[in-house]
Design a protein. Sequence first.
Length: 523
Amino acid sequence: MSTSTPTLAAAIAGLLDVAAVAGVDQEAARAEAEALAAAVAESAPGAFLDWVAQTGGDRGAADFTAAASRGRRWRSTATPIAEDLVRRQHAEAAAYARALGEICTAATTLGQPSAAVVANATSAAAAQLGALSAPAPRPLRESAEVVSKLWTDVMTQLREVSGRVRETTAGSALDLGSDHPDWAPGRFDVGGGMPPAQAPVPPTPAGPAGPAGPAASQAAPPAAATPAAPSPPAPEKSLEELLAELDALIGLEAVKGEIHRQSAVLQIEAKRAKAGLKTPDITRHLVFVGNPGTGKTTVARLVSGIYRALGLLSKGQLVEVDRSELVAGYLGQTAAKTSEVVASAVGGVLFIDEAYSLAGDQYGTEAIDTLVKEMEDKRDDLVVIVAGYPLPMQIFIAQNPGLASRFRTTIEFADYTDAELVAIFRRLANDGDYDVSDAVEARFTELLAGVERGPAFGNGRYARNVLEAAIGRQAWRLKDVEDPSVEQLRGLEPDDLAQADESATAPLPAAPEHPVPSQEVPS
């Protein structure tokens, strides 16, 4: 296929052609495409002018902002129409996902190009293609081939866009060129008149969802990256205590079995080394695949503690990051930023969520290359866990030999069953001192029956969101009760429960923040 970047108008027309074949409502498909494009390009200066021109109609910046707000969640999850086509195993599901990838690529042409917009496009395209993996409409091998081809096509386009962004935004007319290292592109600050050594460093874009102003596209000397803040070190618990915590989690039986197996292998490896025997070169890095809210972060935190208890890690902290915390806006800065993040994780586990979003552009490639080198240099006291949707992660790992040789163990996190989600809901409520009657449980089960399941379904997060909304409704219900009893304060009623989207539009105050144990809020 041609790798030339399509205009947004052409990409929307292509999407509508697929929608017509698939029997999808044309206006719904157009609204989806316009919102996705706005969400990708929202940080680009002047993007709304191009968006209006390409989408037609007498609209302005407010319409662009509203569309971007609607589409922002699709930078990390599939659109509703894409989800529905996959769920129904429709023959046009792959074509629609590809057309959405074209929308993401076309959105990089809106306004002034920037690395942040390319990052948004990469993440959003990966999310749309990732929808094809759950459930797979074909056997895994064939599905992997289909998604791999789509992935290659879309990411090739985005690499070209990324290269053009670098060529058109770095440096000034006073630069002497890359043959002069002291006066290469970006060394002159033509705006402030300051010497190169004193030139202020423009703010680094915050990643796929972060801001990028006019200064963000100007190259600058590498700046010290801000390391990600690690979570507090894991408590000094024994291996038995940590494995017991793992076993106490609801569901995840296959995951528990694999972690127990890994633990046994590593224990025997340590005993062989102590006995003076040769030990095999076993990589400890892991790939977690599954939909959002299936417990990946929770299990990663326990793995960090288990590895510390086994003596494989010195501290056992978990540092959780995504693309935005590894990639900077300028070549050369990304390596330093990634190295800083890795340094903060030494002694524990570095958990990279939606790791496939690092594929597709030169900035992500620089982060991957740096990560591979750091993993080798610090292999004795660092474990890296990468996570994301199944097929995009499979393709992501396979595309880089350095990653493929270090990530040999993949653990799949299945979606929760209805019974497991009910148990999670009940446990969250009980841990927060709320009572769940049989009638409330029946109401929650009824809600589950009416919600669509797909890559965007929140799993354990759905249970938490329904509970928090119920807490807000209970508070509203009791607001005029002067001296409520303990039973009233603890009690939830069936009418307090509503679907998450219904709760968002109900004329009630937002649900208050309510402390629930992080271990039991799957993520």
